[in-house]
Design a protein around this ligand. Sequence first.
Ligand code: PAF
Length: 287
Amino acid sequence: MIIIRKVAELLDFVGHQKETGHSIGLVPTMGALHAGHLSLVERAVKENDCVVASVFVNPTQFNNPTDLATYPRKEEDDFKLLAEAGVSAVFAPSVEEIYPGGPEAQPRHEFELGEAAEVMEGKFRPGHFQGVAQVVSILFRLCSPTRAYFGEKDFQQIAVIRNMVKSEGIDVDIVACPIKRADDGLALSSRNALLTGRQRKVAPEIHKTLAYSVDYAKDHSIRATHDTVVERIDAIPEMKVEYFEIVDARTLLPVEEWDESPWIVGCITVYCGSVRLIDNITYKNTF
Ligand code: PAF
């Protein structure tokens, strides 16, 4: 595996792969890798001739400076894991390399991300998806991937990236990969490393409650299902639900009746102490 820090080097590497007729799988990450990321890499390795993983904590998608400052960074461990997983090249640029002159100096470009970007994360983290679209579109331009791999824990992010790819006319296959969970059900996330012992003990209640609510939903309304999830999680002293929305999985817009859409998911964000955890569950998919 080669480690690439500079855009020019990456363009050389990608150019060579393209000349050789190789397909390129891209796995964009912000590092602090866990088994969830490695499952994306594993799939990318199976489906492509060459896999590029990026490790870049993108400042433009953080609307909270403390969140950016405390985001876990473990570059050496990440490189080791990526090499073992069969990645051909890791792109780990500096902020200056991606945003010459700094993020504020970049030409203003408002991405058309659709209504899917206005709800949930879009509402609670203003500017977040514009930042995600900005960095992902740069990575797509530099890597010209055949396929790009994203985890379904960030369910809304995948929908927004699909909208970005469409509105920017980028030719790439977006591959959505299932959530990886710890044995106790907690969705794997780089942020889990920030949980205290006690918080880590109670955090699996998020998935447990969502899983319970799938059964509950069989004979209750969307409103009742929503309320029971929020009440159960908020009853745990360390936890506070920021939002829980039951939505059409294709538009990410709220639904009011179970028969309103063939594909319905519940998306949740919970503060466990000061750590922001997200998860989701499928209630129905006959799509
Ligand atoms: O999901 C993430 O880790 C990030 O949002 C991504 C896609 C790597 C862009 O910075």
